[in-house]
Design a protein around this ligand. Structure first.
Ligand SMILES: [Zn+2]
Length: 167
C-alpha cells in the first residue's frame, strides 16, 4: 500500500520519494515509537555554528540507506549530523561532526569494556559514570556528550578498569 496522500501533503516535496509505503516519516512519526523514548531530546533547530539544522535522508547524503530509519538532523555547513530514534523525529543525541563522532566512538570503547566483560552490569556502569560526571543517569549517553565530557568519561572508565572495577 502506498503512503496516504494526506500524509505526504505535510512532507516537503523533495522528501516525498523517500517516504516508505507505511507512510511514516519525521513529519508523521509513529505515536507508539515516540512514546517509547523515555528521555526525548528536543529537535535541534540551529547548530552551534549558527546554521539552521535541516532534516536529511541517507539517500541524499550517502546515496544509500544505512538503517531502517534513514533520517537525520544535519548541519550541511559542518557536515554535522545525528540520527533519529526509529520511526520518530526524536534525535538520538546532539549533532556531531566527524571529529566529535570519532571522539565519542573512541571514548566509549573502554566504557563498554567495563560492562561487556562482566566487571559490572551495564546499569552499574552508567550509574557510576553519571555520578562521576555529576549528571543524571538519564542524560548519561555518549551521543549527548561534547568532546570534553567524552574525555572525562574515557578517563573514568580507564581508571575504573585499572582498579579492577567497582566490585
Ligand atoms: Zn554547523
Amino acid at each position: 500500500m502506498s503512503a496516504q496522500p494526506h500524509q505526504l501533503a505535510d512532507v516537503p516535496e523533495a522528501f516525498r520519494p523517500f517516504v516508505p509505503d507505511h507512510g511514516k516519516s519525521p513529519w508523521h512519526p509513529s505515536v507508539k515509537a515516540t512514546k517509547r523514548v523515555l528521555n526525548p531530546l528536543p529537535a535541534p533547530t540551529v547548530h552551534e555554528c549558527g546554521t539552521p539544522v535541516e532534516i536529511a535522508h541517507h539517500q541524499q547524503v550517502y546515496g544509500r540507506d544505512y538503517s531502517e530509519w534513514p533520517w537525520m538532523y544535519r548541519c550541511a555547513a559542518c557536515d554535522a549530523s545525528v540520527g533519529m530514534h526509529p520511526f520518530t523525529n526524536i534525535p538520538l543525541g546532539t549533532l556531531a561532526d566527524k571529529a566529535l563522532r570519532d571522539i565519542r566512538k573512541a571514548c566509549k570503547q573502554p566504557f563498554q569494556v567495563l560492562w561487556e566483560h562482566g566487571r559490572m552490569t551495564r546499569t552499574e556502569a552508567y550509574a557510576g559514570l553519571a555520578a562521576h560526571l555529576g549528571i543524571e543517569v538519564e542524560a548519561c549517553h555518549f551521543g549527548w556528550f561534547d568532546a570534553a565530557t567524552c574525555i572525562r568519561a574515557r578517563d573514568w572508565a580507564v581508571a575504573t578498569l585499572r582498579n579492577g572495577g567497582t566490585r
